[in-house]
Write a protein that binds this ligand. Structure first.
Ligand SMILES: CC(C)(COP(=O)(O)OP(=O)(O)OC[C@H]1O[C@@H](n2cnc3c(N)ncnc32)[C@H](O)[C@@H]1OP(=O)(O)O)[C@@H](O)C(=O)NCCC(=O)NCCS
Length: 168
């Protein structure tokens, strides 16, 4: 894989960075909207009008916590945010291993896709997991999200469970 563009930097997002929080909240919503286009879930899963604001508050809260093991890495070109990854450590009581690395959000702005930005963000996140001794990671991906499925497959992620859903 080629090197990341020299102008692109990967940094860890602070809870005080309002512009960064706004970026990742908007991306989170856009990611859900994009996935909904190719998902059976879209028949019942909808976003509220204030989704971005709610997600902003969520990220502000979790990133302020000193007790949770989590990090948001953002990719920036100058002052412009162009992508992010959000990962955290999930406790699995009574299991071995008793901690799993969860990849909960990954989004690259459309203009910057296919330049290796997601790859660099993922590499940073995997290094972060390893710094906590985490050896296993997991994530969910929408069944119709072919670009993401290809990305994860390329990175050695395999399907090991199906998430079943039904409107009742
Ligand atoms: C999936 C996503 C994160 C990839 O980001 P990216 O920065 O473009 O990816 P990278 O350049 O680092 O990696 C490229 C690889 O991703 C996959 N990929 C990216 N875009 C693709 C597309 N349109 N079609 C198929 N595969 C694609 C391929 O495996 C590609 O490798 P290749 O060039 O050898 O085929 C990006 O498309 C995105 O943000 N999508 C919307 C949000 C989303 O779906 N997030 C993932 C949720 S699980």
């Amino acid at each position: 894989m080629s090197d990341l563009d020299d102008n692109i930097q990967i940094v860890s997002l602070s809870a005080k960075d309002s512009a960064g929080l706004k970026f990742i909240s908007d991306c989170y919503v856009r990611g859900l909207e994009e996935e909904n286009q190719s998902s059976p879930l879209s028949s019942w899963r909808q976003l509220t009008a204030d989704a971005s604001q709610k997600i902003f508050c969520y990220f502000q809260q979790v990133l302020s916590s000193e007790h949770l093991k989590q990090v948001v890495y953002v990719a920036k070109m100058g002052d412009q945010f162009i992508g992010y990854i959000y990962v955290f450590v999930r406790k699995c009581e009574g299991e071995i291993p008793n901690e799993i690395g969860v990849i909960n959000g990954l989004y690259i702005s459309e203009l910057f896709r296919n330049r290796g930005v997601a790859q660099f963000l993922l590499n940073k996140a995997l290094t972060w997991f390893k710094s906590y001794g985490i050896a296993y990671t997991e994530l969910t991906v929408n069944i119709g999200n072919d670009a993401a499925k290809s990305f994860w497959k390329k990175n050695g992620f395999n399907v090991c469970e199906y998430l079943l859903s039904k409107r009742i």
